[in-house]
Write a protein that binds this ligand. Structure first.
Ligand code: PLP
Length: 380
């Protein structure tokens, strides 16, 4: 049986060209980038070259890029770092209800530690409720966190308006662009953001490396203390091969983003339409969406069981749900969108990627139709 991977929003495979860029570094550039000798300076040069590439990818200056251990760390560093550097009169944090747990759970932890954290509501289409944001923003607001694109339903948030509203009140804007990177062009000046989180493994780079963009002049304190790496903003010996891989991944993503987006959109629309027509699926979320993501509800079907049945049938998709301590928690994104519990429990995310072919899409659709039919017939 040929296995079909349709869970690229969870993670992507390392592109062989990224591996090719990383291998010589792993094999021979072992120096500590902080060492002053030749070995160290070779490593330093690679780290700085990678920083320039990642900076250019989002329209930033290289000094504004801090390499981190991934998207989760970047979000934590942004929220905790900004709050730690905040003045006493500006300590309120607003986070969008549909942001990733890397943002929402960090905000909840900060609330338990005494911070003032307010959640911004979502509209039923998955877009942040701008009126709610405007009503909750005040002169005590330090930061507004609204992701660039959602990992479950793919909706692209109205970052332009969020930036305007936040900046009009003197608040910082944190954009988690982990799922947008590689799928949409990104520019930290259009719309203007102050902090942006990125992760390499969502765009065919290695796991465990990411970046936090910090606009020049934005005050944040480091999350991790130790040596003076990353201009005192993130201590720890640099993972040279990982940042070189990150930069290689970013170059590949930039090279064919427009054509790849068109291709993926066509395939995504095809599987969506087919499952709507032949399996009674209902779409969650509205345009604008990233081109590779579909969130579909299958009435009368338990999503968790469907995902397991599909795994046996060789198709890898996911529910919006997170499995913690053996208990399945319904997707906080779909819940925040106000979808009825039955619809949330029957939702599956299908996310396409670089290696997805039209044949795979047709074969996956056929296997999904069959699995849905069997479950509806009680024949599991
Ligand atoms: N933010 C978003 C929107 C994500 O989708 C993810 C990963 O699922 C993260 C943050 C976390 O990134 P990482 O896996 O690199 O820690």
């Amino acid at each position: 049986m040929e296995r079909i991977y349709l869970d690229f929003n969870a993670t992507t495979p390392l592109d062989p060209r990224v591996l090719e860029a990383m291998l010589p570094v792993l094999q021979s550039t072992f120096g500590n980038a902080s060492s002053i000798h030749w070995f160290g300076q070779r490593a330093r040069a690679l780290v700085e070259e990678a920083r320039e590439t990642v900076a250019a990818f989002v329209g930033a200056e290289s000094g504004e890029i801090v390499f981190t251990g991934g998207g989760t760390e970047s979000d934590n560093a942004a929220l905790r770092g900004a709050l730690a550097a905040a003045s006493p009169e500006r300590r309120k944090v607003l986070v969008s209800a549909t942001d990733h747990h890397a943002v929402t759970h960090t905000a909840e932890a900060l609330r338990r530690e005494g911070a003032s954290v307010v959640v911004i509501r979502s509209q039923t289409n998955g877009s942040v409720d701008l009126e709610d944001l405007a009503a909750k923003l005040d002169d005590a607001t330090l930061l507004v966190a609204v992701m660039a694109a959602n990992n479950e339903v793919g909706i692209v948030q109205p970052s332009e308006q969020v930036a305007q509203l936040a900046h009009a009140r003197g608040a910082l804007f944190l954009s988690d662009a982990v799922q947008a990177a590689g799928k949409l062009p990104l520019d930290v000046n259009d719309p203007p953001v102050d902090l942006m989180a990125l992760s390499a493994h969502k765009l065919y780079g290695p796991k465990g490396v990411g970046a936090l963009y910090v606009r020049r002049g934005t005050r944040i304190k480091p999350l991790i203390h130790g040596g003076g790496q990353e201009r005192n903003r993130r201590a720890g010996t640099e993972n040279v091969a990982a940042v070189v891989g990150f930069a290689a991944a970013v170059r590949l993503a930039s090279a064919d983003m427009a054509s790849e987006s068109r291709r993926l959109r066509g395939l995504r629309d095809r599987i969506e339409q087919r499952l709507v027509e032949r399996a009674g699926a209902e779409r969650n979320g509205e345009e604008p969406r990233v081109p590779n993501t579909a969130s579909l509800s299958f009435p009368g079907v338990e999503a968790e069981r469907l995902v397991m049945a599909l795994d046996l049938a060789g198709v890898a998709v996911s529910t919006g749900a997170a499995c913690s301590a053996g208990a399945i928690e319904p997707s906080h994104v779909l819940k925040a969108m106000g979808l009825p519990p039955a619809r949330v429990q029957s939702s599956v995310r299908i996310s396409l990627g670089r290696s997805t072919t039209p044949d795979e899409i047709d074969e996956a659709a056929a296997r999904i139709e069959k699995a849905v039919e069997r479950q509806r017939g009680g024949n599991v």
